[in-house]
Design a binder for this molecule. Structure first.
Ligand code: APR
Length: 175
């Protein structure tokens, strides 16, 4: 079970062993958080992404972190769902993004990972439901010890914090 922490800030400043980027299927970089991470990691990130892509929505693939400072060793690229009203499996694809990133992190023996609010920007996924999915999946069992959910704005941060508090106060009934 990982320790989950919500922070508000720029994910490129996080010092976890892996940093997740909300990519597009080409893995060659884009705008938003993907653009910020590619700028910080340098041009080799897009080359490495192109070499392993394309990546299906809901899947995750790792590359080295290149120019990102230690202890960041890996960038885990995941492709979120484009929100289309909620009736097209978007929630399942987003849950898969978080699950696959944790699986890839486990395979790399990563002990700490930072996530952005995947799909809640350009892809339009409602932030409240996305926060519920992020907390639900990262609360499940994983070998990763520390999970940081990095919001870029206070509203997203508040949603994640409220969801985390709600989950931690839910007690399993004593037998
Ligand atoms: N640090 C942390 N979070 C950030 C940063 C940053 N530097 N920059 C943006 N964000 C936040 C956004 O505010 C949003 O909450 O990341 C979240 C995800 O937004 P996007 O980056 O737009 O990602 P997404 O909605 O998944 O759309 C992906 O956008 O940039 C393109 O190539 C990308 O096509 C892909 C699409």
């Amino acid at each position: 079970m990982a320790m989950i922490e919500v922070v508000v800030g720029d994910i490129t400043h996080e010092r976890t062993e892996a940093i997740v980027t909300a990519a597009n299927e080409s893995l060659m970089g884009g705008g938003g958080v993907d653009g910020a991470i590619h700028r910080a990691a340098g041009p080799r990130l897009a080359e490495a992404g192109a070499a392993i892509g394309p990546c299906d929505p809901g899947d995750a693939m790792a590359t080295p972190a290149f120019d990102l400072d230690p202890p960041v060793r890996h960038v885990i690229h995941t492709v979120g769902p484009v929100w289309d009203g909620g009736g097209h499996g978007e929630a399942e694809v987003l849950a898969s993004c978080y699950r696959r990133c944790l699986e890839v992190a486990d395979e790399l023996s990563v002990s700490s990972i930072s996530f952005p609010a995947i799909a809640t920007g350009v892809y339009g996924f409602p932030a409240e439901e996305a926060a519920r999915i992020a907390i639900t999946i990262t609360s499940a069992s994983t070998g990763v010890q520390r999970v940081k959910l990095v919001a870029f704005d206070e509203t997203t941060g508040d949603l994640l914090t409220a969801e985390l508090a709600r989950r931690s106060t839910v007690r399993t009934p004593l037998h």
